[in-house]
Ligand binder design. Structure first.
Ligand code: AMP
Length: 179
């Protein structure tokens, strides 16, 4: 039987916070120990590169899904188990959603935000039933959580719909939702 696949969305940049990287590494250790394979955006740099290296180093399969344009702009990581080229960002997200068992957003930029919100919307609308979580290291995602609370308060989001996006403050807390 093939291993479960975790899809991780995260920064194409490394960011400026050491604390973020420490907690990210904690989560990566826990995920490889729990024997997950990785699905991600296929990048070489930033937190993306770091997560791919971590899974490969621990003999897990790493599947990168990348639009042709990005492959041309920036050579991909040659060590990936599989690199899937897709036409555009929409096709990429659809494929990630289909092939993965759960979704985690680490700190990142607007690409990360776009991807996790897409998954969240799919779960909310009932297209899929999979875990969708953010690692809220040092309150990185507090702003998003505050916006979702405001949506509930103003009647645009139901309380149970807000709960679908699992906001966790540590790698341990996140792993307790995974198992
Ligand atoms: P960002 O959060 O804006 O750094 O974007 C990161 C997310 O967008 C990743 O999860 C990727 O899926 C996608 N992405 C952004 N930049 C790249 C890149 N250079 N190569 C591959 N994927 C990227």
């Amino acid at each position: 039987m093939s291993r479960k696949k975790v899809c991780i969305f995260c920064g194409a940049k490394i960011g400026s916070s050491k604390e973020i990287l420490i907690e990210v590494d904690r989560l990566l250790n826990a995920l490889v120990q729990a024997d997950f394979d990785l699905v991600y955006g296929g990048g070489r740099d930033g937190i993306m590169g770091r997560i791919a290296e971590h899974f490969l180093k621990n003999d897990k399969n790493v599947i990168g899904i990348r639009p042709e344009k990005l492959i041309i702009d920036e050579p991909p990581n040659e060590d990936l188990t599989q690199l899937i080229a897709v036409n555009d960002m929409y096709e990429r997200k659809a494929m990630m959603i289909e092939m993965s068992d759960l979704f985690i957003a680490l700190p990142g930029g607007i690409g990360t935000l776009d991807e996790i919100l897409e998954v969240y919307t799919h779960v909310k609308l009932g297209y899929i039933e999979k875990l969708c979580a953010v690692l809220n290291i040092n309150g990185f995602f507090d702003g998003l959580d505050t916006l979702l609370s405001r949506m509930v308060k103003d009647g645009f989001l139901l309380p149970h719909e807000k709960e679908i996006l699992v906001v966790t403050n540590s790698a341990d807390e996140l792993m307790s939702k995974v198992n």
